[in-house]
Design a protein around this ligand. Structure first.
Ligand code: ADP
Length: 253
């Protein structure tokens, strides 16, 4: 059983009435959500309910049509400036289902690329930090290998280290274990669990219900572009308040 950490009091993410359309289709239909420092929030729900889109709005990859996003004091609205988007980007790290490492660069170079070229960290410091992060994800000995020499689980752990190298305040995980062979899922979840226990603020979209139950402080259930329910995982799983959640959980658990 995970040792649950205690989230702080400071609100680091505040979403207020977020709407997002793709063309004429409204995929987020008024989502409001607050996340405290150190909190681990898991978003679950049927495919197409808007989970990924919601994550992508939080780090500014997707712009919104209506509502307000506040992340660590930076505010995004529908007419967000590119400066605000960049600022949010630097505070929020994101890891995707497809790890997207650069195949022609070593693991070390994959991790130091953005710190050196975006954050202007000098090479020596960036490499020292990358090696420290590789230690954290248990891959120190792979620093000079290329991505193709690593398993999917190892590549995903590198992708997590790469995101952490930018020193984000918040980490978003979008179905990061979905593309992995089942035997490789555990090693990635272990790294995420360690991060959570270290106090990182995290929002994860996941199908790993057991992981959500053990690690997340709160589970959010989305359906058709809205949050239909939220609460501690145990409570939501055992006593879903809506039929929509119950139906989803019958299939997922
Ligand atoms: P989930 O993560 O819950 O599966 P998504 O956020 O990926 O849901 O998708 C929500 C809806 O938005 C889906 O109907 C999807 O097809 C649509 N959608 C997502 N991204 C785009 C896009 N870039 N262009 C058009 N439609 C999109």
């Amino acid at each position: 059983m995970a040792t649950k950490h205690k989230p702080g009091k400071e609100t680091v993410i505040a979403l207020d009435n977020i709407h997002k359309c793709f063309g004429s289709v409204e995929v987020l239909r008024g989502v409001s959500l607050e996340v405290k420092a150190g909190e681990v929030v898991s978003i679950i729900g049927p495919s197409g309910s808007g989970k990924t889109t919601l994550l992508r709005t939080i780090n500014g990859i997707e712009t919104i049509n209506q509502g307000t996003i506040n992340v660590k004091g930076i505010t995004l609205t529908s007419d967000a400036s590119s400066q605000a988007l960049n600022e949010i980007h630097s505070k929020v790290g994101m890891v995707f289902q497809s790890y997207n490492l650069f195949p022609h660069l070593t693991i070390l170079r994959n991790i130091t690329l953005a710190p050196i070229h975006v954050n202007r960290v000098n090479k020596k410091d960036a490499e020292a930090e990358a090696l420290r992060l590789l230690e954290v994800v248990g891959l120190r000995e792979k620093a000079n290998n290329y991505p193709s020499q690593l398993s999917g689980g190892q590549q995903q752990r590198v992708a997590i280290a790469r995101a952490l190298a930018m020193h984000p305040d918040i980490m978003l995980f979008d179905e990061v274990t979905s593309a992995l062979d089942p035997e490789l899922v555990g090693e990635v979840l272990l790294v995420m669990r360690k991060l959570a226990e270290g106090g990182m603020t995290m929002i994860l979209v996941t199908h790993e219900m057991k992981f959500a139950e053990e690690v997340a402080d709160r589970v959010i259930v989305m359906d058709k572009g809205v949050i239909v329910e939220q609460g501690p995982a145990k409570e939501v799983f055992a006593h879903p308040k809506t039929e929509r959640t119950a139906k989803f959980l019958r299939r997922a658990l």
